[in-house]
Design a protein around this ligand. Sequence first.
Ligand code: PL3
Ligand code: FE2
Ligand code: FE2
Length: 242
Amino acid sequence: MTTLASSDVDTIDHSETISEGLPDFTTEEYKDAYSRINAIVIEGEKEAYDNYISLGALIPENAAELKRLGVMEKKHMHGFTACGRNLGVKPDMPFAKKFFSRLHSNFQKASANGNVTTCLLIQAILIEAFAISAYHVYIRVADPFAKKITEGVVKDEYLHLNYGQEWLKENLDKCKEELIKANKENLPLIKSMLDEVAKDAEILHMDKEELMEEFMIAYQDSLVEMGLDNRQIARMALAAVV
Ligand code: PL3
Ligand code: FE2
Ligand code: FE2
């Protein structure tokens, strides 16, 4: 059996152990991936603001609350803009606009047709669960500046998810059919968006499996809270793979 001599032990660099798993935030490779991921988050927060304002017009009795949620999204957008600036990265906004375009147009169509259930599923459930999963994973590998901002943001995202969840729970009898249909059309878009971002996320040390797990936890928890049973939840979740 080999044992370490005490002089070998003394040479172990403990700073290495502490920063294990964290990427080098200054490399060109990191900054290049960050220019797309940062843009996605900025665009996502901006569209979330617009979506909550649109929802306020569809649910006038909750317009003030929805405006408050929207204002939080604007703050998130500014926070993430500062994260990019802090690293000296210019966000690739045209890429991000394209990234969200299919989901965005589905939201806008539903909003124009007054389909509140579809709008809530897209923004308050799918997009918020996506954001919650991404932010949780990102917090573990972010630079200290972005970590602090993201920790504040993720708390708000639960409030947004909760708003949609409670509205859908109260109206479940009337909206279940539309909920299932909207899920079938939009959950696959979330899956393909995740596939699209996976390579850049990996460069930020964000693992795809972990992102999927975190998403499924937030998504399924909210369906349980709405009052759906196990079989209905399994069917809805399977829409991501078929
Ligand atoms: C609504 O509150 C937020 C909508 C934003 C959705 C963003 C999803 C981001 C997926 C990509 C991974 C991001 C990691 C975070 C980096 C700043
Ligand atoms: Fe947000
Ligand atoms: Fe949000």
